[in-house]
Design a protein around this ligand. Sequence first.
Ligand SMILES: [Zn+2]
Length: 256
Amino acid sequence: MIIMVIIMEGKETKKDGGNLVLIIIIAVLFVVTAFCAYKLGVAGRSVVDDTNLQKGGNTSVPNEVEGKTDYLVLVNKQNKLPSTWEETVELEDVKNAYDEDIKVEKEALAQFKKLREALLKEGVNIELDSSYRSVKRQQEIWDEFTEKYGEDYVKKYVAVPGYSEHHTGLAIDVCLKKDGKLIYENDDMMKEKEIWAKVHKKLADYGFILRYPEGKDSITGYAYEPWHFRYVGSAEVAKEITEKGLTFEEYLKQNK
Ligand SMILES: [Zn+2]
């Protein structure tokens, strides 16, 4: 813009310059505008390209399940995990915050690592708590939590085996690390509102959504869980869901 003003001012003062000068000015402006538009286009595409790179990267790795994972699979209290799911998902082993071996879907894990790094730069430390759970493990959790917290709590927070999004490997529960200490109990984590606000703001950039937002119990079937993120396959989809303030259920209904 500064260049344009300088050129325009030059044009005003050189009244005797004639048509040639005017043509040159127009030509220069055209080239500058075209160049800027090109650069903007490149920058605008980089987010999408990055996502594609993630997917494209997989093609170089020979793997039977590649390309089949349905990143928009819906598993909730009404929708059971598809029976063929295990054949279509590639899980990767990783250690969680407690040094336990857990599994996360490959692409979701790669994106989670990037999300974690980006947050660390802002002084926020999220760590992996849990992700993939077999139906058998979900049953154990159901029993364990019933004993510990009672049936009402379990019905509110724990999924019936077969109906947990954690069976997909695309859901990640995190815990927080603050002043060198892990915060992992649900009640303690609920208190960290400022931290969650920062975390939630970054989710969509890496293809994650906050799966159980506040006040949407009637749609999602779950009370607010600031720690439960769901990978939806791309930043584009995650941003659409987040920016429109939709739940995953509402998004899928609109995009069928
Ligand atoms: Zn969860």
